[in-house]
Design a protein around this ligand. Structure first.
Ligand SMILES: CC(C)(COP(=O)(O)OP(=O)(O)OC[C@H]1O[C@@H](n2cnc3c(N)ncnc32)[C@H](O)[C@@H]1OP(=O)(O)O)[C@@H](O)C(=O)NCCC(=O)NCCS
Length: 221
């Protein structure tokens, strides 16, 4: 990969560690521009292995080139960061970088839209649609004919079997299993270690085995 710049919006240590690891695994030798929207500590407390520069949101140069990563895996934070930064960066939603670790398997006839990030050890079976800004955490298994809508996150170690439809801004907890032919509505959070055996509606927090709706997901109100 030739020397280049990757622009990162927002500041989150965990996501920076994940992104720098994937970029280095792909042979990236460029620089990270990190754009912050708040005054959290500017320093990155560990060695990311990549050169980086930190800017405040009002320092974004006009006509900034290159691709962008949203520095969070939390769907609500992804929404919040995009909403703020798109006022400063024209066409931001269509300039998101698609990033898959070399140690991830993606089957045939899959669609990976802009902003999809896939961690190591992930298996994506055939005929899977990962829409804009979807994040798949390490070791997750995404079965055949699944459709995951925009800005949803599948956390590490989750298993989605086949023919599942997941809405926008959904968070699937780590280690969760979702059984075939189920649907999960937009803006829902499925708690860690759940087993989803039936459809789960939009806008709720649900967890357990079998997974049950616990309450509304108030964060979107
Ligand atoms: C879904 C979640 C947000 C629910 O949080 P919450 O409703 O605020 O849960 P609380 O901590 O108030 O716990 C309420 C009760 O539910 C239980 N509970 C919480 N999460 C549970 C889960 N995932 N499965 C089963 N029981 C759960 C608690 O043990 C507690 O039981 P008690 O009343 O008998 O003591 C959280 O549990 C979760 O799973 N978070 C994962 C977040 C995530 O994915 N992070 C990314 C990591 S990579």
């Amino acid at each position: 990969m030739e020397q280049k710049v990757v622009n990162i919006i927002g500041f989150n240590g965990a996501s920076l560690a994940i992104y720098s690891d994937i970029l280095l695994s792909l042979g990236f030798e460029g620089v990270l521009n990190i754009f912050k929207n708040d005054d959290r500590e500017a320093g990155v407390e560990y060695d990311m292995g990549l050169e980086y520069r930190i800017f405040m949101i009002d320092e974004i140069p006009a006509g900034l080139q290159g691709e962008f990563l949203i520095c969070s895996n939390n769907p609500h934070t992804k929404y919040f960061l995009l909403d703020i930064f798109k006022k400063y960066i024209p066409g931001l939603e269509n300039r998101l970088m698609t990033l898959a670790h070399p140690n991830a398997y993606v089957g045939r006839k899959c669609e990976l839209h802009s902003g999809v990030v896939i961690e190591p050890g992930v298996t994506v079976s055939a005929y899977v649609n990962l829409r804009k800004g979807v994040f798949i955490g390490r070791g997750a298994t995404i079965g055949h004919h699944n459709d995951i809508d925009e800005f949803s996150t599948v956390n590490p170690g989750a298993t989605l079997t086949g023919n599942i439809k997941i809405g926008e801004y959904v968070q699937i907890g780590p280690g969760t299993t979702v059984v075939s032919r189920t649907t999960i509505g937009s803006k829902t959070v499925i708690g860690a270690g759940s087993v989803v055996t039936k459809d789960i509606p939009a806008g709720v927090i649900a967890y357990g085995n079998p997974c049950k709706v616990i309450r509304e997901n108030d964060i979107w109100k």
